[in-house]
Design a protein around this ligand. Structure first.
Ligand code: 6GU
Length: 239
């Protein structure tokens, strides 16, 4: 998979080269390109924004600069992602869909956003998603790109040391993951739940399932509403 990011703050994307993602690059599992949007300006001031039509606060990113940048960076195999608080929500399901793409391009807007015609024009040639990572407002799309790329890349074959850990993630079965424990058995007078030391794996699986259901009920009841009927067994319904 190849990922390109266009931004006016290329240094903000440096963490993409660290840790898990850095290792995925070294091992040839992904290629990442980070591009400075100002490279596509033609004026001495390298201006990327202008006042909004209709008035109002803030600045809007100019379509000409973005148009030329995306013409150069996108191909006929690109899926374009535009991070914006006004987008559809980013989910684990979308992370899986992105992990199956050959080429992702992220177009980071700042200020009050990008001239909407950039999205409209790009959509004439490629799939385009305007995506939000949550119900809060960031200054720009860069931090959202770090979040999305990490969620996508860890799903690629060979990136995680242990593929089972991706399969058992929170959300993979529609529930939050329950608590985990390691040694020592008692720490600051707090004991590890007895069942986890019982060696009875049927009992342990049931206990973990109950913990996941209970935690989801308390923290994210909205997720329980989304579970399809068939995914709950009769024991689940007692929790
Ligand atoms: Cl993707 N961008 C910005 N600027 N703010 C956000 C966001 C994205 N998702 C949530 N808030």
């Amino acid at each position: 998979m190849r990922i390109d990011v266009v931004t006016i703050f290329p240094e903000y994307l440096q963490p993409l080269r660290a840790a898990l993602l850095g290792r995925a690059i070294e091992r040839g599992l992904i290629e990442i390109g980070v591009h400075d949007l100002r490279d596509w300006t033609h004026d001495v001031h390298r201006a990327v924004d202008d006042a909004p039509y209709g008035g109002g606060p803030g600045m809007v990113m100019k379509p000409q600069v973005w148009g030329e940048a995306l013409d150069d960076v996108c191909t006929e195999r690109t899926r374009l992602v535009v991070p914006t608080p006004a987008g559809r929500p980013f989910t684990q399901e979308l992370a899986h869909a992105y992990a199956a793409e050959e080429h992702l391009v992220f177009a980071c807007g700042r200020y009050e956003g990008i001239d909407q015609r950039v999205v409209t024009d790009a959509a004439r040639r490629m799939p385009v998603d305007e995506i939000s990572i949550g119900d809060y407002v960031l200054v720009g799309g860069e931090a959202a790109v770090l979040v999305m790329v990490e969620a996508v890349v860890r799903l690629l074959p060979g990136v995680l040391g242990n593929p089972v850990s991706a399969e058992q993630d929170s959300f993979s079965d529609g529930l939050l993951e329950g608590p985990s424990y390691t040694r020592p058995e008692v720490w600051r007078e707090l004991a590890v739940p007895e069942v986890l030391r019982s060696g009875n794996h049927a009992l342990i699986d049931r206990w973990r399932r109950d913990q996941a259901l209970e935690r989801t009920y308390r923290r994210r009841p909205d997720l329980l509403d989304k579970l399809d009927e068939g995914s709950l067994d009769s024991r689940d319904r007692e929790v």
